[in-house]
Each structure stands twice: as structure tokens, then as C-alpha cells.
Design a protein. Structure first.
Length: 420
């Protein structure tokens, strides 16, 4: 149901009109997509073994197809071929345990060319220019609230990439929004770093009984939202000031955004009810191959090295997801379970599900390399725009080379706050 959007800000002071709906969402990403529809697959229940016991990993009996308006992608040129009708393009959870070197499907040598409540301590105020405004740099738009803390843009192109990434997570998780073994009913849920709000909106639709609070530095969320969703402009690295505790805290794709992860995990622990769950998820920032097919002197290898250098100097480690489990454990959570999933960066596997995932990943990566690098390379490394774009041109070529069997690893970690 449509409802008036409410936004909180701790920094605002002067009255300002209510934010307007997001711009037209058609954008340019659709140029890379087909018009196919992804049907839901049958349920594939999964479980993982934690320390001492078997912990069921099932967020909900429901699966969603809300994001199926993003059909399987294709790109122009010779990098990728159009999607085949494989007869199995629905949501399937990929394997839960970290695969060994042989676990990714064989390379397909013939597929394509080689080339709610008012219970926070912060006062609800009108949005001011300092919160709603934007800054522009290198042709991209960035948030003005706490300007410079987050190196990624928030313009339409980046919003489309984030929506695509949301759909990729659904493909990896078999259509499920989360992996934590949540109770049937929830009262309060917090989504930290919500981006465009896709996850929060979908989760609120699945759990109408829950109040879902979603926070971000940017005002880029839609106007038409479920009545049990509230968006708040907030900096997750500042002191959390919520009057009521949460049953579930969700943190996703925040690598390169947080300078003190142990403190973030401790704040999440302190703001959960006993028995509540935290779930933190992200991709590894670096590509991996099992066959050393990516040359050490490739543009992509240099891109990763320079990005790591810049992010470290910026004070926010990019490739942080391998440390999630230790962060959650050290914060005091119990029943901590980590799952890892491989996601190919191009459609090089023979297996049709991995190949389909690779198509999505390839489009998302082609859209991600510029926003990830522009601010860091120009502000931190002091590179000129021409040098940045020259490197990115080589990176795009590498992403389109199906002889480079690159994949990323998704780390998903769930933990429960102990009962008294």
C-alpha cells in the first residue's frame, strides 16, 4: 500500500519539503537485459553444520519473485551471447558449503566469444539541503550528508546496479531474502546501509507483522512503500540511539563503507534483543580463479591491487567479507554459522544455473568498476580521469574474456545473541 514516506535525520534543522519519488527507473541498465521472466523453482531446503550442531538455515517458507522484473542480461559486442532458453532459469539456492577446486562446473568452451514507530532517540525533522543535496565529481553524483565518508556514487546508474545486485543475491539464495533461522513472527527489524531499499521493502512485504527500519546516508529510496517500512538517513558508524531493540539486524554489501567493523558488530549486539539474530553478507572484492587463468599482469589484476591500496589508505578495507565470522564471534554472538557461495563473473561455466548467474554478475561488474574506482583513485591515489578510464577499459576487456575463469566468493554469516 502507498504510504507517506518518513525520513529521519540527526543532522537536519530547517524545514524542507518532503522528498520526491525517485526518477524514472527505466534507466540504461535495461539495454543489457532480455525480456524473459524468471519463474520460481520449487523449494530447496538447506542446512549447514555449525559448531556442535546442525542449524537449519531458512529465513522464510516463502520465496519471492519481486525482482524478476530484472530478466537475464546480455551485453553488446562479442563479450556475451544472448541468453539461451535452458529450461531452468528459476531461483535455485547454490551449494552452501565452500566448494573445492573442482566444484564449479566445467568451462563451457562454446558459450560465447573469448573476447515505523517514533522510538529512536534522534528527533524526526524535515530534510534540509545538507541531507537531500548532492555533490558531483568526475561525472558522477555523490551524497552530501556526511560527504566523503562513502566513496560510491548514488546516482541513477549506481541505483540500478544496486538493484541488479539485490537480484543476484536472490539467485544465489534460491529466492530467499536471508539465511538466518528467524522465528515465524518478528517485531522489529533493522537494515543497515539499505541503499535503494529493495531488500527492506521485499522483507516488509513478506513480514507485514514486523516494523522494518532501514538506514542509509543517501535519500534514494522509493516513495511508494509498504506501511511497515521506515527509511532513516543515518550514519551507521555513529553511536546508535534506538529506544527499542531489534529481533533481527541485516547488513549487506557494506565492504569499503565501514572503518571499524568490530565496533559496528558490537553496536548490533547491543541493539538486539536476547535471542535475536544478526546476518552480515558481502562479496569478496577480489576475483579468484581455480586454474590461474587470470594473468598476473592483466588489467583486472592491476585494478584489484590499486583498489586495495586506495581503500586501505582511505581507511575502509574493501575486501572485508572473509573476516565477518571472526567479527561476529568476537562481538559475543553464539551459534555463528558461515556459508560461502561461488559466483562466476562471466558466463563461462557449463552448468546453466551458474552460467545464468554469471550473466548477471558480468553486467553488474561492468557497472561496478567505475563507481568503485573513480573517487578512490582520484581522491586517494591522485590519478587523472584519463588514467583511470584507460585502466578501466582494460578491465572491461578482461571481464568479457571467457578464458578468464574468474569468480567471487559470497560470505554469509549469521549469529544469535545469547538468551539470559
Amino acid at each position: 500500500f502507498p504510504t507517506e514516506r518518513r525520513v529521519r535525520s540527526r543532522a537536519s534543522s530547517d524545514p524542507f519539503p518532503t522528498t520526491q519519488p525517485r526518477d524514472d527507473q527505466s534507466g540504461q541498465l535495461s539495454d543489457a537485459l532480455l525480456s524473459a521472466h524468471l519463474p520460481l523453482s520449487s523449494s530447496h531446503p538447506t542446512s549447514v553444520t555449525g559448531p556442535g550442531d546442525t542449524v537449519p538455515v531458512k529465513c522464510s517458507s516463502q520465496k519471492i519473485i519481486i525482482m524478476s522484473d530484472l530478466p537475464p542480461p546480455q551485453t553488446g559486442g562479442n563479450a556475451l551471447q544472448a541468453l539461451d532458453v535452458d529450461g531452468d532459469s528459476g531461483f535455485h539456492a547454490l551449494q552452501d558449503d565452500f566448494p573445492n577446486d573442482q566444484s564449479l562446473p566445467d568451462v563451457d568452451m562454446d558459450d560465447g566469444d573469448s573476447a515505523l514507530g517514533d522510538d529512536t532517540a534522534s528527533e524526526t525533522r524535515s530534510i534540509t539541503d545538507s541531507v537531500l543535496g548532492y555533490e558531483y565529481e568526475n561525472g558522477r553524483r555523490y551524497h552530501a550528508y556526511r560527504a566523503g565518508k562513502y566513496p560510491m556514487p548514488n546516482d541513477e546508474a549506481e541505483q540500478e546496479r544496486m538493484d541488479m545486485q539485490h537480484h543476484i543475491y536472490l539467485l544465489i539464495y534460491g529466492g530467499e531474502l536471508c539465511r538466518a533461522p528467524l522465528p515465524a513472527r518478528l517485531n522489529r527489524v533493522l537494515d543497515v546501509g539499505c541503499g535503494t531499499g529493495k531488500w527492506a521493502i521485499d522483507f516488509a512485504d513478506q513480514h507485514p507483522e514486523a516494523e522494518v527500519l532501514a538506514t542509509d546516508l543517501s535519500v534514494i529510496q522509493p516513495y511508494w512503500i509498504p506501511p511497515n517500512v521506515q527509511f532513516e538517513i543515518d550514519d551507521a558508524e555513529e553511536e546508535w540511539q534506538y529506544h527499542s531493540k531489534f529481533d533481527y539486524i541485516h547488513i549487506r554489501s557494506m565492504g569499503g563503507s565501514i572503518s571499524d567493523w568490530p565496533r559496528l558488530m558490537q553496536q548490533a549486539y547491543d541493539n538486539l534483543r536476547p535471542g535475536g539474530w544478526i546476518e552480515v553478507t558481502d562479496f569478496e572484492a577480489w576475483a579468484t580463479t581455480d586454474d590461474n587463468s587470470l594473468p598476473a599482469d592483466s588489467a583486472y589484476a592491476e585494478f584489484q591491487e590499486r583498489l586495495s591500496e586506495a581503500a586501505t589508505q582511505f581507511g575502509k578495507v574493501m575486501n572485508i567479507s572473509p573476516q565477518f565470522k571472526s567479527f561476529v564471534q568476537n562481538a559475543g554472538f553464539q551459534s555463528v554459522v558461515e556459508q560461502q557461495f561461488k559466483a562466476p563473473l562471466a558466463p563461462w561455466p557449463k552448468d546453466r544455473r551458474y552460467r545464468n548467474l554469471g550473466r548477471y554478475m558480468n553486467v553488474q561488474m561492468l557497472d561496478a568498476i567505475e563507481p568503485y574506482s573513480l573517487a578512490l583513485f582520484s581522491r586517494v591515489l591522485k590519478w587523472k580521469p584519463e588514467r583511470i578510464q584507460a585502466l578501466l577499459a582494460g578491465v572491461r576487456q578482461d571481464l568479457g574474456n571467457l578464458n578468464y575463469h574468474m569468480y567471487s566468493v559470497v560470505h554469509n554469516v549469521c549469529g544469535q545473541k545469547p538468551l539470559p
